[in-house]
Structures are given as structure tokens and as C-alpha cells.
Design a protein around this ligand. Structure first.
Ligand code: SF4
Length: 296
């Protein structure tokens, strides 16, 4: 039985799987995440969330000949664990018959995360890696002519990031939150969709186990953003005492986001980075700024 305290119920395997898939379909339908003729690029790391996202999109859309799904795997150069998860992603896509592309930080950016970590040990690796990953996923999805980029962010991820942005007062980032990120209307930017946004992380883990996907857990040697870990602990504690807290945070964010988008972004056209031509809110994009800071 899978316990769902926020609904005050537990479901058996079959009912849980049905419920899980129905909720994903609902998230996609209610938020109009997919058009019947989309090319959808999926960011597939080989972890549980991206594997479930890839599988579910494939299952939902395989009967539609007008929809194309392509999976993108990024190898950041973090060591052995990514080698395993990349191989898993390759086999998984092959099994489903999904077009799959693998890109490495080394080839695309000229350096790996191991190179980055030789230069900095005072900031969490994820601060750099996250920016580079987002950038490359967008560039590669665009090159593959994708209309949407699907990512595997689940309810826990979204609630954590929402709370972090709120604590930091980062209104621009909050304005960019949501299940569909299409705030930037520009040919450089591929809109992002998050089919798992309403699904708790523990239930994604259950789904992957019950479907018997041989997901390779990749424990990145550079993982562990202290601030985020603290937010996660606080939220877990709140959720245990008050089931449904994460859903409430997401609901509150959904009310705030349209207001923030109007206030912070309305009518403002993003600029192009003067060095690489990608979109930026200033004159130089974050990727170019970080590369300069790192001396690459
Ligand atoms: Fe990159 Fe951080 Fe993920 Fe490691 S845990 S791959 S450093 S984002």
C-alpha cells in the first residue's frame, strides 16, 4: 500500500498507478502543457523523475503521429555515476523507441564539472552546474526544433525552490516559476513544462519501483547545496505535521505568479547577451559571467 497522508488514504499497487497516471494527465490537460502537434524534448538524466516523465509522455502520446518526443541527456563530467545513468538513459530510450541525444559539458562548453570544482570549492557546485545545465538543455532543445522542453521537477522540488525564492526575496525568479514557463516569448527560448509538478517525490519513487524501471541512482559527488537541504528539512518537517503543506505552497505560488509576472516582466523584451547572443536580463548572460569568473 502507498500512503498518501495529504489525502488521508492509502492505495494498493494497481489503484496507485492508475491514480498517479491520471494526475499527470490532469496536470498536462488543465495547464495546456502540450499541443497536439508539438515536438517535445525531455531532459532525461536517468534518475527517477526524468525517467518517469519520459515514460509517461511516451505512453500518453505514442498514438499521436503528430507529436515527436526526443530525449536529451547531459553528461556534466561528474564522474562514474553519470556514466551509469547515461547508459541507463540510452537503454531506456532504445527500449521505448525514443530518439535520444547525449551531450557533454566537455564538448559543448569546453570544461567538465570536475574542472569547475578544481577552481572553486567555496560555492556549491549546483549553483554553477544548474545554470550550465539549463542553458544547454535550452540550446539543444532549440537545435532539435522542440516546441517544449519537459523537465522532471516534482512537487517537492517546486515547493523547495518556491520557498527559497521567497526567503531570498527573489521576485524575478518567482515570476518565472510555474508548471509552464513560457514567460519569455522569443525564438531563443523553448518553453518549459513540468508534468510532475503536482506529484510528491516519494510517489514518483513508488511509481518507478512499481513499474520496475531499473533506474540507476546517481549520487553526484558534488551534490549538497546546504541552503536547499535546510529548506528541504523544514518542509519535510512541516509536511509530516501538516500533510498537504507542499500543495498549499504551490497553490499560493500559482496565485502570486501572474501578479509578479505582470509587475516584473510585462512588456519587457529580454536582451541578447553581448558575448554569446543568448537571452539575458542584463548585458551579459549568467553562463558567460560564470565562465569568466571561472577563467574558462
Ligand atoms: Fe550538477 Fe549539482 Fe546535479 Fe551534481 S547534483 S549534477 S553538481 S546540479
Amino acid at each position: 500500500m502507498v500512503d498518501m497522508p495529504y489525502m488521508q488514504q492509502s492505495l494498493c499497487k494497481d489503484h496507485f498507478v492508475k491514480f498517479f497516471e491520471k494526475r499527470i494527465r490532469r496536470t498536462i490537460r488543465v495547464n495546456k502543457l502540450i499541443d497536439g502537434k508539438d515536438t517535445i524534448a525531455v531532459g532525461l538524466s536517468g534518475g527517477k523523475d526524468s525517467t518517469a516523465t519520459t515514460y509517461l509522455l511516451h505512453e500518453l502520446l505514442k498514438e499521436n503521429p503528430n507529436v515527436r518526443i526526443v530525449a536529451i541527456t547531459l553528461d556534466e563530467g561528474i564522474g562514474e555515476c553519470r556514466d551509469y545513468s547515461t547508459q541507463f538513459a540510452k537503454d531506456f530510450c532504445k527500449g521505448l523507441g525514443i530518439e535520444h541525444h547525449i551531450y557533454t559539458f566537455k564538448k559543448e562548453l569546453g570544461f567538465t564539472m570536475q574542472d569547475v570544482m578544481k577552481k572553486v570549492d567555496y560555492v556549491p557546485a549546483c549553483s554553477f552546474c544548474g545554470v550550465f545545465r539549463r542553458h544547454l538543455l535550452n540550446v539543444k532543445a532549440r537545435e532539435l526544433s522542440a516546441d517544449k522542453l519537459a523537465v522532471g521537477h516534482n512537487l517537492d522540488d517546486e515547493a523547495q525552490v518556491g520557498l527559497m525564492n521567497f526567503i531570498r526575496g527573489d521576485m524575478l525568479r518567482m515570476a518565472r516559476a510555474g508548471v509552464l514557463i513560457d514567460i519569455v516569448k522569443d525564438e531563443h527560448f523553448v518553453p518549459r513544462i513540468k508534468p510532475l509538478r503536482d506529484t510528491p517525490e516519494s510517489e514518483v519513487a513508488w511509481y518507478v519501483i512499481l513499474k520496475e524501471f531499473a533506474v540507476e541512482p546517481c549520487t553526484c559527488p558534488f551534490a549538497g547545496e546546504a541552503y536547499r537541504n535546510d529548506v528541504r528539512r523544514v518542509l519535510d518537517m512541516m509536511e509530516n505535521g501538516h500533510p498537504g503543506t507542499r500543495q498549499q505552497i504551490i497553490k499560493s505560488m500559482d496565485k502570486l505568479v501572474p501578479v509578479l509576472r505582470k509587475e516584473f516582466t510585462n512588456g519587457k523584451k529580454p536582451a541578447e547577451c553581448e558575448r554569446c547572443g543568448e537571452l539575458t536580463s542584463g548585458s551579459v548572460c549568467k553562463v558567460c559571467e560564470m565562465k569568466e569568473e571561472l577563467g574558462f
